[in-house]
Ligand binder design. Structure first.
Ligand code: FNR
Length: 364
C-alpha cells in the first residue's frame, strides 16, 4: 500500500477500493455541492499569527467535554452505515476512537446496533438522534442509548427532510442485502414501501419528522437525563433559542454539505454562534471539512471547544478498518500538535483568537 501521510490520502485509496455507489454516497453533497467544497476551502483563507520563543517542549492537547476527559479536541461525527465501508462497521470505528482516547458519536442510521457497539468497543460515546414521526421509536432509541452507557444525545436539527444528493439519485443508491439500519430492526416492517429504493432505508427516510421544532427539544429533555446537544445550528438567532432551551452544547454543522446547498462553510459561521454562547457556559463544537490539524487549530482559535470529523473516518475505515481509523485520528492529532508547537501554544487554552487572521479581520 502507498505510504499514507495525511487523512486525504485515505479518500483517494477509498475511491479506488469502494464500489462507486458507496464512494459517492460517502463523498457526495447536496445539489451543486458548493457547500461541500466551501467547508474545506474556507479553512484555507484563515492564516496564522504565531508567537515565538515560547516553551513548547510539552504540548497538552487533552480536554474535557461535558465533564469527560479526552486526549484531544477531535471527536468522531455520526455518519450512517459504516458497514458499507468495512464488515466490522461502527464497532471498528468506535474501537479506534476509544484507542485514540476520544468520543465516537453513533448515528441513528448505523449498521451496528447501539448495544453491539457499546458491548464490543470500550470508550466514550454519544448517540446521534434523528427524530422520527413515531415518538415511541424515539423514546426507545433514547432509552437504549441510556442503558448502553452513551453519555449524550446529539439531536440533528438540520434535516427535516433529506437533502437532494444527486449522485445517489444517479446511482440509484440501495442498501445491499447484508447491511441493515440497526435502529429500525425489529420494528413493524409491514409499513415499508418495498417499491422505493431499498425497503428499510426508504421506510426510515419516510419516517423523518419534518414537524420537528424547539418544543420537541424541550420534550426530549423531559424523557432523558442525558445532556442534549443540538447538531446543525449555524446562526446566532438559533443559538440563542437553543441556549434558552437549556441545551448542553451546540454543534455548528451543515451536515457536511449534504443538506441545504449554498450554506456558508461552518468555519465561517462559527464566530457568530460562539459570540452568542459566550458567558453562558454552553460549549460550541464544529464539524465540516476538517482534514488537517491546522483546521482543528483554526476552529479552536475561533472559539470551538472541539471538532468532529465525518468523512475521514469513513474513508480510513474503508481502506484499513479499525487500524485505518486509528491512524487517521493519530495523524490529525500529530498535525494539531505540530501546529500548536509552531504557533507557540503549549496547551489548548493558549489557542486564542489572536493566533489566526480571517478575511474579515483583513477588511477591518
Ligand atoms: C453524515 N452526517 C450525518 N449526520 C447526522 O447527524 N446523522 C447521520 O446519520 C449522518 N450521516 C452521514 C453520512 C455520511 C456518509 C456523511 C458524509 C455525513 C453528517 C456528519 O455528522 C457531519 O456533519 C459531516 O460529515 C461533517 O463533515 P465532514 O467531516 O464529513 O467534512
Amino acid at each position: 500500500m502507498a505510504l499514507i501521510t495525511n487523512v486525504s490520502d485515505y479518500e483517494e485509496l477509498a475511491k479506488q477500493k469502494l464500489p462507486k455507489m458507496v464512494y459517492d454516497f460517502y463523498a457526495g453533497g447536496a445539489e451543486d455541492q458548493w457547500t461541500l467544497k466551501e467547508n474545506k476551502e474556507a479553512f484555507s483563507k484563515i492564516l496564522f499569527r504565531p508567537r515565538v520563543l515560547i516553551d513548547v517542549s510539552h504540548i497538552d492537547m487533552s480536554t474535557s467535554i461535558l465533564g469527560y476527559k479526552i486526549s484531544m479536541p477531535i471527536m468522531v461525527a455520526p455518519t450512517a452505515l459504516h458497514k458499507l465501508a468495512h464488515q466490522e462497521g461502527e464497532v471498528a470505528s468506535a474501537q479506534a476512537a476509544a484507542a485514540a482516547g476520544t468520543i465516537m458519536t453513533l448515528s441513528s442510521w448505523s449498521s451496528c446496533s447501539i448495544e453491539e457497539v457499546s458491548s464490543i468497543a470500550p470508550g466514550l460515546r454519544f448517540f446521534q438522534l434523528s427524530v422520527f414521526k413515531d415518538r415511541d421509536i424515539v423514546q426507545q432509541l433514547v432509552r437504549r442509548a441510556e442503558n448502553a452507557g452513551y453519555k449524550a444525545i446529539a439531536v440533528t436539527v438540520d434535516a427535516p427532510r433529506l437533502g437532494r444528493r444527486e449522485a445517489d439519485v444517479r446511482n440509484r443508491f440501495r442498501l445491499p442485502e447484508n447491511v441493515v439500519l440497526k435502529c429500525f430492526e425489529g420494528l413493524d416492517l409491514s409499513k415499508m414501501d418495498k417499491t422505493k429504493g431499498s425497503g428499510l432505508a426508504a421506510y426510515a427516510t419516510s419516517q423523518i419528522d419534518s414537524s420537528l421544532s424547539w418544543k420537541d427539544i424541550k420534550w426530549l429533555q423531559t424523557i432523558t437525563g442525558l445532556p442534549i446537544l443540538v447538531k446543525g445550528v449555524i446562526t446566532a438567532e438559533d443559538a440563542r433559542i437553543a441556549i434558552e432551551c437549556g441545551v448542553a452544547g451546540i454543534i455548528v454543522s451543515n451536515h457536511g454539505g449534504r443538506q441545504l446547498d449554498y450554506l456558508p462553510a461552518t468555519i465561517s459561521c462559527l464566530e457568530e454562534v460562539v459570540r452568542e454562547a459566550k458567558g453562558r457556559r454552553v460549549p460550541v463544537f464544529l464539524d465540516g471539512g476538517i482534514r488537517r490539524g491546522t483546521d482543528v487549530f483554526k476552529a479552536l482559535a475561533l472559539g470551538a471547544s472541539g471538532v468532529f470529523i465525518g468523512r475521514p473516518v469513513l474513508f480510513a475505515l474503508a481502506v484499513d478498518g479499525r487500524a485505518g481509523v486509528r491512524n487517521a485520528l493519530r495523524m490529525l492529532r500529530d498535525e494539531l500538535e505540530i501546529t500548536m508547537a509552531l504557533s507557540g501554544c503549549a496547551s489548548l487554552k493558549d489557542i486564542t483568537r489572536d493566533r489566526v487572521i480571517t478575511e474579515r479581520d483583513m477588511i477591518r
